[in-house]
Design a binder for this molecule. Sequence first.
Ligand code: ADP
Ligand code: ZN
Length: 305
Amino acid sequence: MTNSRNTLYGAVEAGGTKFVCAIGEAGGRLHAQAAFATTTPKETLARVADFFREAQVSHGRVAAVGIGSFGPVHVRPGAAQYGRIARTPKLRWEGIDILGEIARAAAAPAAIDTDVNIALLGEARHGAGVGYDDLVYVTVGTGIGAGVLANGKIVYGFAHPEVGHMHVPKAAEDAAFAGVCAFHADRCVEGLASGPALRARWGTDAESLAPEHPAWTLQAHYLAALCANLLVVSAPRRIIFGGGVMAQTHLFPRVRAALGELLNGYFDFAAYGIELDDLIVPAQLGGRAGVIGALELAHDFAAAK
Ligand code: ADP
Ligand code: ZN
């Protein structure tokens, strides 16, 4: 008989460009892992099935599988469409029952959430959010997305939140920029401050913009606006930033300073024992957040059954 410490779980990080599958223990000790490109649903899910078949023969059966999926995806447990990919530009994936397919492939019960909620879960339990019940995890990469934890629970409404599409005021010096959001152009933070927005505005990839480039002052301003809006809505104790663009660590002090200016003294942080350095922080798990968070989801799902 296995005890809960070394019970095995499955993890799938279903991304728009690649899938990562793993078998491991809650807490992140991995026994097997594989990554492959996201292609058609049929081909990609067949590779997931191959992984779990072979890995379970070698390492043992998993109690449950946790999935962190690209969105939009129906993640509200109990909803009729739970586990299916929602309306998406990745048309081949629209309507695919990613949860059911993976559960069948692994021959195990499975639970699903968004990629950002899964990273949030990983950071909350094993990374930059340990010890806090009110957190936001924001990724700034190809898109901007976030998972919100309030009172220890991941926030859902009729759908998962879409923090990247919050509208933020455009800076005066940015008037000429058209923005990149397919739905909101230059009116939402993803349209103004995602990696592709930086590329479109400055004509070069974000990674080649020097720290002194004016791009970063503007970027810090937009990310501070996002933080200000998150703070007034759910008062998170920590906002954790990850994603490719946040590899520019000089952004952190700039975002904190710009946030202080935008809030203009509105929150009495000192009264809550909060410092800006401690409020706006980098993610700690990096690329591992997805798999670690998916193992946590699987663990919770198996424990609740
Ligand atoms: P994704 O969002 O697709 O999962 P990433 O989080 O790596 O993947 O985000 C990719 C985006 O991040 C690209 O727009 C890329 O230009 C940008 N990016 C990647 N590395 C860096 C870096 N070191 N500095 C700034 N931007 C980066
Ligand atoms: Zn948008």
